[in-house]
Each structure stands twice: as structure tokens, then as C-alpha cells.
Design a protein around this ligand. Structure first.
Ligand code: GLV
Ligand code: MN
Ligand code: MN
Ligand code: MN
Length: 416
């Protein structure tokens, strides 16, 4: 391949990230952008417009995943894909996911401007709802695309208003049957996702690029305790069936299970704890909580998960409250593809950037794309390793380096 002379427009990337961050339901610097809300619809349109401006052919699938394709000189070959997500959990930052979408569009722009012509087509994908905010399950778009989630199960997912995904996606203008969303294995030559690290290692080691070799296995539970409400002054302690107290016990049990049964890579988090009716002077009658458990080792993750499930039942039983435990998801880890890892390594050498091979502790759409395509990820450092917070930050120079490596990786894979 002839030498690529790439001019990555760092200023344009920053401007586009800032403009996307304006589509938010939380005041700046926080970002909240939940699937198919009016705010998200504006963000989605912004991304479609950016894709069109760089000459990509844009299409939506029936789930609302957005694809922008640059036709190669050999369009009959499986394309090379890249991309990430633009939804943002409540009160998060502006870089998670967005760097991998806006950065991918910039990589395409830079390749085009350099005069490069791909053989395989190149495709930028913006996946729907990587975050579990609206439907409780993460990676909705890529999960469906990969076949891990069936179209009928996706259609029937419900949000807090009990509105189904089928109704919402239709109202958002997604046409066609969800049966058309899953893609066959082999449909892409490769998938590469650019993302902020969301951890501290690259910054600590002063390295600009991480090359992901595996993605930790995520799982999540929803636990509901239903006891008996009543007057906080009038009902004496022996008569109570307080629904919050088993939840409190379970939160601590989850921490203990991760620490004692797990290893250094095991983490457990209670991120949602909803207490009903939520009044100072009312005994909680119902409590809903989620437990998120992850590990790079599947057997160990499942041991911790099973222990938490069992403890939910036993604590509810002991406190005489009705307990329901629902498994939201329990996904295996992903191993990244050696050829894609090697292509990223070559790209870092060509860009003169040192790199580190690493695992991803956060999950990404790559976890599911790895089921249908040879996959790896490019990580860039973010300040303090902070993510899912308004003060999440990646510097223009860090993003520029990531986009350069992505562009070079796509170029190489598209010629193979
Ligand atoms: C998704 O963003 C996750 O890794 O939790
Ligand atoms: Mn995230
Ligand atoms: Mn993300
Ligand atoms: Mn993620």
C-alpha cells in the first residue's frame, strides 16, 4: 500500500463533539441522551447529516441502527466496518461512544481527502442504545444485529412507561420488520471500534493507544422486593415487612461476593435502587434494584452471579418479603481477532505511536460484533480514567491520535 498522508482535522472533531453534546436533556457539561427521545432524534439527525457531508451513503435498519457506506472498488467483498454509539446515560459525559462515531466519520473524511480509494467498502455504524438506560439491556442495536437477542424478544422490550420497543421504534420512523436486522457471520471482513479507555492505564503509562484483546463478560439482574407499607410512626418494628431492608442487605452481599468469590477483575455494582412510595414517613412497600456483575473470567463471573441470585432469595425469605429475581443479561466475554489486532498494531507503527495491549472492562458494541465479524478496539486515554460522569474528558490530541490509527487500520483492512 502506498504511504498514506493523512490530515486529521482535530478542530472539526472537537466542534462536532461539542455540537452533539448540545443535544442533551441535562445541563452542560453533563449529557443525557436516551434512545428515541426528542433530544436523541436531533442527535441522530446530526450524525446522519455528518455522514452525508463526507459522502457516505446513509441507511437505517429496522431497529434504527444507522449505517454510512463508502463504496469500495470491490463492493462484492465483505466490507470493513467501524463505529460506536451516541446515546448517553443520565448525567454522563460527551466522549463515551461519540468519539467512535464522530472519529470514524473524520477518519473517512481524512482518507477521502488523502486520495485513498478502498477496495472493500468501508462502513460507519452508529449503534442504537448501547447504554441500558431505556430498556434495561445494553447494546440493544448490536445485540439484535448479532443474533444474541431475537427480533420478537427485542420487539417486546418495555421501557418504564411500559411502551414496547416495537411501538417506539415505529413512532421514531424505523420501517421494516425487526427480522431483517440480524446479520450473518462473515458479513463484514472486520469490525474496529474506537473508544475512550474509561480506565486509567493509558494515562498512567503515558501511552496514546490501547489495543483491545478481550472484552469482559457483563451480566445484570433486576431484583424486586415487595413487603408491606405503612405509617412510619404507627407500625412497630416486629410487625414490619420493610422492602428496602433486604435490598440494603443484598447490596452489601453483592459487594462481598465480588470481593470474596471473585478475583481482581471481578466487579459488582448496584446502580439502581428505587424505593416505593418514597416518602419520609412511609415504610417502603416495594423496592427495585439492579445488580451489574462483570469479569474477564466467565466461570468466576457466573459463580458471583449465582451467589447473588441465591442471596436475593434467602434474604427475601428471611425477611418475609416477596422476592423476584430476573436475569437481564449474562453475556460471555469476547476474544478479539488476531488479524485485526495485528492491523491496529501496524497502524500504530505507521503513525509512530506506542501502544499497549489491554482488556476492556467496560462492554461495547464490539462485544456483539465479535460474534459476527473479526473484531478489535482502539482505546485512547481519558483524563483520570473517568467515564460515565460529566467531567469525562479526552484531549483533542488524544482523539486525533486515535482517529489516525483508526483511519490507517481501516485503510489496511480494506485492501486485504
Ligand atoms: C456500557 O457503557 C457499560 O460498559 O456499562
Ligand atoms: Mn457508557
Ligand atoms: Mn461507550
Ligand atoms: Mn459501554
Amino acid at each position: 500500500m502506498t504511504e498514506l498522508r493523512l490530515a486529521i482535522n482535530s478542530e472539526r472533531i472537537g466542534r462536532n463533539l461539542d455540537r452533539l453534546a448540545e443535544f442533551s436533556d441535562a445541563p452542560s457539561p453533563a449529557v443525557t441522551r436516551v434512545l428515541f427521545t426528542p433530544t436523541d432524534m436531533l442527535g441522530r439527525q446530526f450524525i446522519c447529516d455528518l455522514m452525508q457531508q463526507v459522502g457516505l451513503q446513509v441507511r437505517l435498519d429496522a431497529a434504527g441502527n444507522i449505517f454510512g457506506r463508502w463504496l469500495g472498488t470491490k463492493p462484492e467483498l465483505p466490507p470493513v466496518a467501524t463505529g460506536s454509539h451516541c446515546d448517553a446515560i443520565p448525567h454522563s459525559g460527551r466522549y463515551d461512544g461519540t468519539v467512535g462515531v464522530i472519529g470514524a466519520i473524520e477518519a473517512i473524511a481524512a482518507l477521502r481527502e488523502s486520495g485513498f480509494q478502498p477496495q472493500r467498502s468501508l462502513e460507519v455504524i452508529m449503534f442504537n442504545a448501547e447504554e441500558p438506560t431505556r430498556y434495561g439491556i445494553g447494546c440493544l442495536g448490536s445485540r439484535l444485529m448479532s443474533g444474541r437477542l431475537t427480533p420478537p424478544a427485542a420487539a417486546d422490550l418495555r421501557d418504564e412507561q411500559d411502551e414496547t420497543f416495537e411501538i417506539t421504534r415505529t413512532a421514531a420512523g424505523c420501517v421494516g420488520s425487526l427480522d431483517t436486522v440480524p446479520l450473518p457471520a462473515g458479513c463484514y471482513r472486520a469490525f474496529v471500534e474506537l473508544h475512550i479507555e474509561q480506565g486509567p492505564l493509558l494515562e498512567q503509562q503515558n501511552l496514546p493507544i490501547g489495543i483491545v484483546t478481550a472484552i469482559a463478560a457483563p451480566a445484570a439482574l433486576r431484583v424486586t422486593f415487595v413487603g408491606e407499607g405503612g405509617h412510619a410512626g404507627a407500625v412497630l418494628m416486629p410487625q414490619r415487612k420493610d422492602a428496602l431492608l433486604p435490598a440494603a442487605e443484598l447490596a452489601l452481599a453483592a459487594e462481598r461476593a465480588a470481593r470474596e468469590l471473585g478475583g481482581a477483575d471481578t466487579v459488582a455494582t448496584v446502580g439502581i435502587l428505587e424505593v416505593h412510595p418514597g416518602a419520609i414517613n412511609s415504610i417502603p412497600s416495594r423496592c427495585e434494584m439492579t445488580v451489574d456483575v462483570r469479569d474477564i473470567d466467565l466461570v468466576r463471573r457466573d459463580q458471583v452471579l449465582t451467589s447473588i441470585q441465591q442471596q436475593a432469595a434467602s434474604v427475601g425469605n428471611r425477611r418475609n418479603v416477596a422476592t423476584t429475581v430476573t436475569l437481564i443479561n449474562a453475556d460471555p466475554p469476547a476474544r478479539c481477532d488476531e488479524t485485526v489486532v495485528a492491523a491496529i498494531e501496524n497502524a500504530t507503527r505507521a503513525a509512530n505511536l506506542p501502544s499497549l495491549k489491554m482488556i476492556s472492562r467496560a462492554y461495547h458494541d464490539s462485544l456483539f460484533m465479535a460474534l459476527i465479524a473479526p473484531t478489535s478496539m482502539i482505546f485512547i486515554p481519558c483524563r483520570g480514567g473517568v467515564s460515565h460522569r460529566p467531567d469525562e474528558y479526552a484531549s483533542p490530541a488524544a482523539i486525533q491520535a486515535g482517529v489516525e490509527v483508526l483511519a490507517r487500520t481501516l485503510a489496511q483492512l480494506s485492501q486485504e
